[in-house]
Design a protein around this ligand. Structure first.
Ligand code: ARG
Length: 588
């Protein structure tokens, strides 16, 4: 279904054409002053300039043609030549009915679906998660939902950091604590134990321990480096141990993703690129794309018009090792072969912008993937009230599990304060607490402009009024309960008629969904979906207060119409919330 603004744009464009003017000038959008009009067209000013005429006069001549467009009620001219357009109630009703009937609740689809690869999550095996990983996961998940919803074929890949120095640190730390294990015995011929010698809790303890030791002790650092190199060269015992680290971490992460409601198609990691690196290095050397520079193989990526310093892409360093640059380039090659994406989005902390710039330029230069199909979707930091990256209450590193638990505790507190759900089963209450906690976290994150830093303030985010996740859940639950009561009373939704001002405003908001999603899609900013959901909930709230539905004395037709409008709102609100990863309860 097309929204009113785009249908009007076509029709108004034709009106402009009849005056020999560029139809593009007929572009119509929502009015800046909803009290004066529903839509506006600003093209008469530019048109008048082009044909050297008075803009108000020209607008006055075009206005009757616009007034003749199906669904247009009234056209007025404001200021220097703004064309203000008011629609008929019938035209708005038609749209609301279409939203109700549409499987996508008016959300639209892309014209040409693409194969899109999304790289997000990016946690590191054994290393503690930091706040950037949480934001990456939440934003990435919303984008995968949005792109899929609009019709793209999305593959999401968690791209675990499973191949760096932290692996050598861990191997040597395990060896220090349990030297008797067969993984360290080079004469051992296998098979290695199937049971992991370490748990997730062990890894969480071992890594910081190893990392601290290596900072103090050069020999310890060297041992970790050697172990890393031997692992990367395929030493069997280390490989077996490393597999345990990865498996243990993955189990933990999958559980936490489950808690967050986030799903990945692929659980690949940096190590999956490793097998491609030797052939890639040969290829790039052979085609003179990589050049030898001071013992290292680099790809120069600097360009004449660069405003900032652009160090070369490091393929193999002077010690013969390849690192983060190479694994990302190898991954591009791997994805090209396995998935052949037409677009790849990397949802990663803004602070890695230079890294991606270098990788994208190198990929382009190598002919692996055109630069304009690779995009870094950066984001700012989530800070604590002290303005520094958010930490746990104790000031330690953030654990996703603890973080979610804290949000749940807060949600429980809020529900108790509000006296909600006292007589519900423990199971239902727990489910609602989960939903409220996640809604608060996700909405708070996604409703910010992606690139900005923001302060995490759980008290603020957990409020039941204002621009918060819990407020939106509350709005949804209110409509659900209305629908239940209506069903109990045998009232059914009927044909929508738009009369009251609040009904008009609500119908216009329903009609604005497609363009909101399109904008969020084009800019890769879930923020726009949050704005729409909130505006819709607000419009519904005004409608709810001023347009009685089940109260005595409401005409049956009006009752059925308003109930249908509520149903359309519920449908669209649930779709919108789903796109930002928020699940709604039946009651709260
Ligand atoms: N593991 C990395 C980190 O913790 C993030 C990975 C991002 N994705 C990528 N393809 N480089 O910083």
């Amino acid at each position: 279904m097309a929204d009113i603004a785009s249908e009007l744009s076509t029709a108004v464009g034709k009106a402009f054409e009849q005056f020999g003017l560029d139809p593009k000038l007929g572009q119509v959008r929502r009015a800046d002053r909803p009290d004066l009009a529903d839509f506006q067209c600003n093209g008469a000013m530019a048109a008048a300039k082009a044909v050297k005429r008075n803009p108000r006069e020209l607008a006055g001549e075009i206005a009757p043609l616009i007034e003749a467009i199906d669904g247009v009620d009234e056209v007025s001219i404001a200021g220097p030549g703004f064309l203000n357009i008011k629609m008929t109630g019938d035209a708005l009703a038609k749209q609301a009915i279409a939203v109700m009937a549409d499987a996508k609740a008016g959300g639209g689809s892309v014209d040409t679906p693409r194969r899109v690869m999304m790289d997000f999550g990016g946690w590191n095996v054994a290393k503690p998660m930091h706040i950037g990983h949480l934001r990456s996961t939440i934003i990435g998940d919303s984008l995968q939902r949005l792109f899929r919803f609009l019709g793209d074929e999305v593959t999401s890949d968690v791209h675990l950091g499973d191949w760096g120095l932290q692996m050598g640190l861990l191997i040597t730390e395990v060896q220090f604590e349990q030297p008797e294990l067969p993984y360290f015995d080079e004469s051992f011929t296998g098979p290695y134990p199937t049971e992991s010698p370490v748990s997730m809790a062990d890894l969480e303890r071992l890594y910081p321990q190893a990392s601290a030791k290596s900072k103090e002790d050069e020999a310890r650092r060297e041992a970790a480096r050697t172990a890393t190199a031997q692992l990367q060269a395929g030493r069997p015992g280390y490989m077996a141990l490393w597999k345990h680290f990865c498996a243990v971490t993955q189990v933990g992460l999958e559980r936490e993703c489950g808690d967050l409601g986030v799903r990945f198609d692929l659980w690949k990691g940096e190590s999956d690129a490793e097998k491609l690196i030797p052939e890639m290095v040969e290829d790039l050397k052979g085609r003179d794309i990589a050049i030898l520079d001071d013992g290292a193989w680099i790809i120069p990526v600097v360009r004449e018009d660069d405003k900032k310093e652009m160090p070369p892409f490091m393929l193999v360093n002077s010690q013969g090792a390849s690192g983060y640059h190479a694994t990302d380039l190898g991954t591009i090659l791997d994805r090209k072969r396995e998935n052949d994406p037409e677009l790849t989005l990397y949802i990663v902390d803004q602070r890695q912008a230079l890294h991606f710039e270098q990788v994208f330029r190198a990929a382009d230069k190598a002919g692996y993937m055109p630069e304009d199909t690779l995009e870094h979707i950066g984001f700012g930091t989530m800070n604590g009230k002290d303005g520094k990256p958010f930490k746990t209450r104790e000031g330690g590193v953030l654990k996703l599990h603890d973080f979610i638990q804290q949000a749940k505790d807060k949600a429980r507190e809020r529900l108790e304060e509000a006296g909600i759900g006292e007589d519900w089963s423990d199971e239902e209450r727990a489910d609602i607490i989960d939903k409220v906690a996640l809604a608060a976290i996700k909405f708070a994150d996604l409703s910010n402009v992606r690139t900005k830093n923001y302060v995490f303030d759980i008290d603020q985010f957990m409020r039941f009024e204002g621009k918060t996740g819990p407020y939106l859940l509350y709005a949804v639950v209110r409509v659900k309960s209305l629908m239940r009561r209506a069903a109990e009373q045998g009232v059914e939704p009927g044909t929508i008629k738009i009369e009251a001002a609040e009904e008009r405003a609500l119908a216009l908001q329903l009609d604005a969904f497609e363009s909101a999603l399109k904008l969020a899609y084009d800019n890769r900013t879930p923020h726009g979906i949050c704005e729409h959901a909130h505006a819709l909930a607000t419009a519904f709230s005004a409608f709810w207060s001023n347009c009685p539905i089940l109260k005595d004395g409401v005409e049956p037709e009006q009752r059925a119409s308003r109930l249908a409008l509520a149903q359309a709102t519920l449908k669209q609100l649930e779709v919108a919330l789903n796109l930002i990863g928020i699940d709604t309860p039946e009651r709260m």
